[in-house]
Design a protein. Structure first.
Length: 399
């Protein structure tokens, strides 16, 4: 972007919006305590559109909510699975494109092809994102058995995780936010304790999608909530994400066995295809990683505050996405299991590596690995977690 055009844009949007347009990295979004609240960003009340998303196979009504901001950025969220179904963001020419994988109505999320491949597009994952070895753990002297829905392991909350239930939605127009609540019964999918979870999606005028999670329980349990959006910043113009440049603020990752369960070793990425400490095209070394990327990275900044975790740039469209989180880890998944059997919004067929996920989280199998940061939640405590996906376009200096 030329200097004159940039100055004009700065004058138009004010300093607050400048980061999102110039694409400067490293500026952490606003946060109040560990719970990043929707009110942190003052902005005029925006209308939140609500429409029918169709019925579930079981006959339950679902709804779609649309958040829009002053720049025309738009986020659609379904109350089925508290799922992000679409995110429209501008490219360097100002043209809006949908940068996530998803469907235009409920039926897509329950089609036989979708259920068979189980990609969890855009969904809220719970009560435990990622794997728990052999689907069991011992807590306060008692062993709990969970569903083993991923070979011999438990994955993403079990057979009917938080991605497959209808949440109660509450639009918060003053904050340009949508709050969703789900009460998971004691014993559901084998977990102890009735767990009440909320997910609040806020769209700011800095082109940030903020996701704030909170949960309370009536018995000691494990909680690890995340969002499973798949991004393709080319908005479907490129049929895979291999040319996207990725930076991860992580020097180590959790080494896994052949069933993708951590061995306990945190290995340095330096000098290996796992190294994204400097921007690298996702595809440049992917062939050297058996099966592709599906690994939990250990964020270098171990504080619980909102901190920079990742940056992704798609060179052709100029779109950039920065990820900030309060979590200690991030699962980088390069869409290895997408196999062309699913066609989604915009009539796009999702082949291998069509999208990538960056799932902010605690480490996989923490319930069985006491040396990892804990995922235990006790009665009287509140689980809190926040993640921000900030969109912008690449500054010409950075191209
Ligand atoms: C996570 C897992 C992957 C896969 C996807 C969904 O990213 O780590 O192995 O299960 O979810 O297909």
């Amino acid at each position: 972007m030329g200097l004159q055009k940039k100055l004009l844009l700065l004058a138009l949007v004010g300093i607050a919006g400048a980061t999102s347009l110039t694409g400067c990295s490293g500026d952490t979004p606003k946060q109040e305590g560990t719970e990043m609240t929707a009110t942190a960003n003052e902005q005029p009340t925006m209308e939140i559109k609500q429409e029918s998303f169709g019925k579930t196979k079981e006959g339950q009504e679902t709804n779609l909510y649309t958040l829009t901001n002053e720049h025309g950025m738009q986020v659609k969220i379904s109350d089925y699975g508290a799922t992000v179904t679409s995110i429209l963001v501008p490219d360097k020419e100002g043209k809006l494109g949908n940068v996530v994988l998803g469907f235009d109505d409920q039926s897509g999320y329950q089609s036989p092809a979708y259920l068979k491949s189980g990609p969890y597009f855009g969904a809220t994952i719970g009560r435990y994102g990622n794997r728990i070895a052999k689907g069991k753990f011992t807590l306060e002297g008692q062993e709990y058995k969970l569903a083993t829905n991923n070979g011999t392991n438990h994955l993403h909350g079990g057979n009917k995780g938080f991605d497959k239930v209808v949440w109660q939605a509450e639009p918060l127009p003053k904050q340009n936010a949508l709050k969703l609540t789900y009460v998971s019964a004691d014993g559901e999918e084998g977990y102890p304790g009735q767990l009440t979870s909320t997910v609040t999606y806020t769209l700011t005028n800095d082109n940030e999608l903020k996701i704030a999670y909170a949960a309370t329980t009536d018995k000691t349990t494990h909680v690890n909530l995340t969002n499973h959006s798949y991004f393709n910043l080319a908005a479907g113009e490129a049929k895979d994400i291999l040319n996207h440049n990725l930076t991860l603020n992580a020097e180590r990752y959790t080494v896994v066995d052949e069933t993708l369960i951590p061995t306990g070793e945190l290995r340095n990425v330096s000098g290996t295809p796992m190294d994204f400490t400097k921007p690298q095209p996702i595809g440049s070394r992917i062939k050297e990683v058996p099966g592709g990327y599906d690994h939990n990275y250990v964020l270098t900044d171990t504080s619980k505050k909102l901190k920079h975790a990742a940056t992704v740039v798609e060179p052709a469209s100029g779109r950039m996405m920065e990820v900030f989180t309060t979590e200690p880890g991030i699962q980088f998944y390069s869409g290895n299991f997408l196999d062309g059997t699913i066609t989604g919004s915009g009539n796009n067929t999702y082949g291998k590596h069509y999208g990538f996920a960056l799932e902010t989280q605690h480490f996989p199998d923490t319930p069985n690995q006491p040396q990892f940061p804990t995922t235990v939640l006790k009665p009287g405590e509140t689980y809190e977690s926040a993640t921000v996906y900030r969109f912008s376009v690449l500054d010409s200096k950075q191209e």
